[in-house]
Design a protein around this ligand. Structure first.
Ligand SMILES: [Zn+2]
Length: 403
């Protein structure tokens, strides 16, 4: 009995292996594989399924996101997501029509479902619940936390500022707003006229942790990658690298002129963004054969970061002309990080307090010093006055050469 009511309040609480396979099919149209191991009758030559276990970190994220879905429990209404299949259907409809507004897609999807369903008199989900379902679908596709008009869905874990996804905008427009393109940052153009190689050394994990005194913290939100919290002295590092490589594989045959909508149809996030995140990890933060890579290995073995981050080589999923070193999406974050290492903001509460107080203290010291000098001068003046009075008294009492 209890399990039945749980199933109603958390309909996606558990995720089976078959549902994870259906997720891969929804995101990248992986084929129905009869062999499921990449060989056997009916299996394609380049079967993606052997790569499925490498997505373990993404699967963990999916399980967590799905389990946190709570529908509106209005009597007589069906939840927006009754099972994982509903979520996959929404993902597929977002990918099929990336330029249609969220409101339009929502009514299209739920109207069709209502019409097709012999729902036994169950009413449509509440508009808030529908929004929640679409926000969850967008988050699974892009790993960007988003919020609809529903304020409750904006309450997210600490430090993650959700991107608003307004009803009249499409998922393409949502992604464009989430990742505004800055002016291209070529590593060679950073201040200090340092050469490319020096800049790389300057932003390596070794320099960042030892000279910048920053901690490296894993994040599952791609928008938080390289975010710097100068108060807690931490840099967020996106750890869903296996997922990035899948996005890149899926968009491998896209033309360079492909629009964001065409990208979403096959791969879900901008190809350039996926490349930049991988490059920032592989050739800036943790270059192979360096002490920085040793730092990464240590963090992976401690279980802080996903094991897949040790294999960041993207040569097999990169076009020949996609050269590493030009950053458009991550430009401003790399600049901020560079500035922080070069000129660190005070660390910790005490240091910040001290920094603030020190100015006040100098002022106090100057005032106090002046007061002490004034008192000393006053005392000296008084002493001189007393001495003069005493001399005058002596002269009056015992006049020199007097009678
Ligand atoms: Zn296969």
């Amino acid at each position: 009995m209890a399990s039945q009511s749980d199933a109603k309040s958390y309909p996606l609480e558990t995720t089976t292996e078959a549902e994870l396979r259906a997720l891969s099919q929804a995101l990248w149209r992986w084929h129905e594989c009869p062999a499921a191991r990449g060989s056997g009758p009916g299996c394609e030559a380049a079967c993606p399924w052997p790569r499925h276990p490498r997505l373990a970190q993404f699967h963990a994220l999916y399980r967590q996101l799905a389990a946190s879905y709570v529908p509106d429990m209005d009597y007589g209404r069906s939840p927006a997501l009754r099972h994982h299949g509903d979520l996959f259907d929404i993902i597929k409809s977002l990918k099929a029509q990336p330029d249609v507004s969220r409101t339009q897609l929502m009514s299209q999807y739920f109207d069709t479902r209502q019409a097709a369903n012999d729902s036994g008199g169950e009413e449509m989900p509440t508009p808030e619940d529908q929004e929640r379902a679409f926000s969850l679908a967008a988050r699974v596709m892009t790993t960007v936390a988003c919020s609809g008009e529903d304020a409750a869905s904006a309450v997210l874990e600490l430090g993650t500022e959700p991107v608003p996804w307004r009803g009249e905008t499409s998922i393409s427009q949502f992604l464009l707003a989430a990742f505004p393109l800055a002016n291209t940052l070529s590593l060679a153009s950073l201040p200090g006229s340092r050469r490319n190689q020096d800049v790389r050394l300057f932003l390596s994990a070794e320099t960042i942790t030892k000279i910048g005194h920053l901690r490296l913290q894993p994040t599952d939100d791609i928008r938080s990658h390289l975010n710097l919290d100068s108060k807690s002295k931490a840099v967020q590092i996106y750890q869903q690298t296996a997922l990035l490589k899948e996005h890149l594989r899926a968009t491998e045959h896209l033309a360079d002129t492909a629009t964001i909508a065409e990208t979403i149809q096959v791969g879900n996030i901008p190809r350039q963004l996926a490349l930049e995140v991988l490059d920032s990890l592989n050739s800036i933060l943790f270059p192979p054969m360096t002490k920085s890579h040793g730092i990464l290995r240590a963090l992976v073995s401690k279980g802080v970061f996903d094991r897949d981050m040790l294999q960041l080589e993207s040569r097999d999923v990169r076009h020949r002309h996609e050269v590493e070193g030009e950053y458009r999406y991550l430009a401003s974050k790399l600049r901020d990080l560079y500035d922080e290492v070069e000129n660190p903001t005070p660390r910790g509460r005490f240091e910040r307090w001290f920094e603030r107080r020190i100015a006040q203290r100098y002022f106090m010291m100057a005032t106090f010093g002046g007061l002490v000098v004034a008192i000393i001068l006053g005392i000296l003046g008084l002493a001189v006055g007393i001495f003069q009075a005493w001399v005058a008294y002596q002269q009056w009492k015992f006049p020199v050469g007097g009678s």
